[in-house]
Design a protein around this ligand. Structure first.
Ligand code: NDP
Length: 309
């Protein structure tokens, strides 16, 4: 068993920002990276919207920068996963996948969320080469081009109208004959001239060798198949926050997002704080995740001071 002042679970922009702040505040943070060290930016090509990188940066390179900065202030980084927690006592217990037991005075949850994918041929192979789960991150690379996007919720509505401002034509594939998105978002979709909604339509395959050059679609009412010549394929069918191990202890919404105190990172359990996409289903940007990571570390530091630990 090991005692630590600050345990950080997760290693995306939120986790690393929390680490940098916690380390500089003398909390000697121990970070468990989780199964995808670096988080969602590891599957992103160019990041052009993170302030401070005027020429953009490759997602994995940016996460290497975050890591270097956290190491510079003596964060201990372990490429392991926390698989179980127990938040009953004043000391918070956690277990790693190697069986190591940690007792932490503070815990910062930065486990992020994972995009849901369709699991169709070509989707995984062409990820980062035309297939993306983030229009705000990658839409710019398809300016003046024809693209398709799958989904029917608020994210798909928002991202398809966003893409329509950049791309020449956007095909929105909706698997039913109605959208789940809010009325106002749907109206926006239907009133965008270069945004074409394909009702009752599903994507069957993403086509292309080095990059996307089309998709095969099927009308699930008529069974009619056709191809769309697009260079970008966006999937917007929701995200799954990586919060399963906390559910018995911490309040989450119906989708599993941690409910933090409004404007803060407190979870309702003293000394346990949440940041990044694990508690944010609206913004989900690297820069917003980093911001809340900083907040979580400041809240953890304040908690230790106020509780005299
Ligand atoms: P949702 O879960 O709301 O919607 C997912 C959509 O993807 C559904 O319409 C679903 O279709 C569709 N879908 C799921 N699986 C498939 C599949 N295999 N093939 C085709 N389509 C599929 O996720 P969102 O990310 O849109 O939203 C998550 C939450 O965040 C919501 O509460 C939303 O309101 C909120 N949000 C709010 C925003 C805002 O207020 N500005 C912006 C973005 C999100 P079906 O309807 O048929 O089940």
């Amino acid at each position: 068993m090991e005692k630590v002042k600050c345990l950080i679970i997760g290693s995306g922009p939120a986790g690393y920002s929390a680490a940098i702040y916690a380390a500089r505040a003398g909390l000697n943070p121990v970070m468990y990276t989780g199964p995808q060290p670096g988080g969602q930016l590891m599957i992103t090509n160019d990041v052009e919207n993170y302030p401070g990188y005027p020429d953009g940066r490759q997602g994995p390179e940016m996460m290497e920068d975050f890591k270097k900065q956290a190491l510079r202030f003596d964060t201990e980084i372990r490429n392991e996963m926390i698989i179980k927690v127990d938040f009953t006592g004043p000391v918070h217990k956690a277990w790693s996948d190697s069986g190591h037991e940690i007792h932490a005075l503070t815990v910062i949850i930065a486990t992020g969320a994972s995009a849901k994918w369709l699991d169709i041929p070509g989707e995984l192979r062409l990820q980062n080469r035309g297939v993306s789960a983030c229009a705000v991150c990658d839409g710019f690379f398809f300016r003046k081009q024809e693209v398709a996007i799958v989904g029917a919720g608020d994210t798909a509505a928002e991202e398809s109208t966003y893409l329509a401002k950049i791309c020449s034509k956007v095909h929105l594939l909706v698997r039913r004959d109605e959208m789940r998105a809010s009325k106002i978002m749907q109206e926006r979709v239907l009133n965008t001239p270069n945004l074409i909604v394909h009702w009752n339509t599903e994507a069957e395959e993403v086509l292309g060798d080095q990059g996307v050059d089309g998709i095969r679609i099927v009308n699930n009412k008529t069974g009619e198949k056709s191809e769309l010549a697009v260079t970008g394929f966006f999937v917007a069918i929701g995200h799954k926050p990586n919060t399963d191990i906390f559910k018995d202890w911490i309040k989450t919404d119906d989708s599993g997002y941690i409910i933090a105190h409004p404007g803060r990172t407190h979870t309702g359990i003293d000394g346990v704080f949440a940041c990044g996409d694990a508690q944010d289903k609206i913004y989900r940007q690297a820069v917003t995740a980093a911001g809340t990571g900083c907040m979580a570390a400041l809240d953890a530091e304040r908690y230790l001071v106020e509780s005299g630990q």
